[in-house]
Design a protein around this ligand. Structure first.
Ligand code: PRP
Ligand code: URA
Length: 209
């Protein structure tokens, strides 16, 4: 069973409150999502392996540690996942970025895949799949499927807000993928929106509604 981590750092929680607020405009929403993504990246990378290396400081020789293990790949789910990419790249600037394009059919709520472009070496990378909203879980589960079909072996899912329903779907379909969220909300409404949530993440990020 995959684990669920709620990243409850006070700065993350504070900023998420303003992201949720319907009076927060597009510019500020985008900036806050970017900042929260950086803070979440700091927490999500805590388990990165380290190895020792020897360097010369201006004073003496010293053994110190650097990141070891697999390189990172970021996989935003289009569109809304794009809003978190730059924030993560602030901390992991050498990460490669692949894109999975999915939209949720408004009537069936089923994900429809329209674009996939990935680094050629995804099998050798630790992937972070990014989407602000985990609602029914259909989009995240389909994106993870698409990645696994193309050879991905190791990944984490990073979302701002999750509904219990979405967490259950990902845990059942992808028990090997741990989930990192800033908040777990109450439920999904009849239109598949997370309550209380933040509304439509893509529309609020890109100002399309
Ligand atoms: C939103 C959101 C997620 C998806 C979550 O995308 O960004 O990808 O819904 O819902 P689910 O868990 O029920 O699948 P949307 O379909 O609105 O596309 P967009 O990002 O292009 O706006
Ligand atoms: N997609 C969103 O952007 N918001 C929700 O609440 C659910 C799905």
């Amino acid at each position: 069973m995959s684990r669920v981590y709620v990243l409850d750092h006070p700065l993350i929680q504070h900023k998420v409150t303003f992201i949720r607020d319907k009076n927060t405009g597009t510019k500020e929403f985008r900036e806050l999502v970017d900042e929260v993504a950086t803070l979440m990246a700091y927490e999500i990378t805590r388990d990165m392996p380290l190895e020792e290396t020897t360097i010369e400081t201006p004073v003496s020789t010293c053994t110190s540690r650097v990141i070891a293990g697999k390189k990172v790949g970021l996989i935003p789910i289009l569109r809304a996942g794009l809003g978190m990419v730059d924030g993560i790249l602030q901390l992991i600037p050498a990460a490669k970025v692949g894109h999975v394009g999915l939209y949720r059919d408004p009537d069936t709520l089923q994900p429809v895949e329209y674009y996939v472009k990935l680094p050629t070496d995804i099998a050798d990378r630790e992937l972070i799949v990014i989407d602000p909203m985990l609602a029914t879980g259909g989009s995240a589960a389909a994106a993870i499927d698409a990645l696994k079909k193309r050879g991905a072996k190791s990944m984490k899912l990073m979302c701002l807000i999750a509904a219990p329903e979405g967490i259950k779907v990902v845990q059942e379909e992808h028990p090997d993928v741990d989930i990192y969220v800033a908040a777990i909300d109450e439920y999904l409404n009849d239109h598949g929106y997370i309550v209380p949530g933040l509304g439509d993440a893509g529309d609020r990020l890109f100002g399309t509604k």
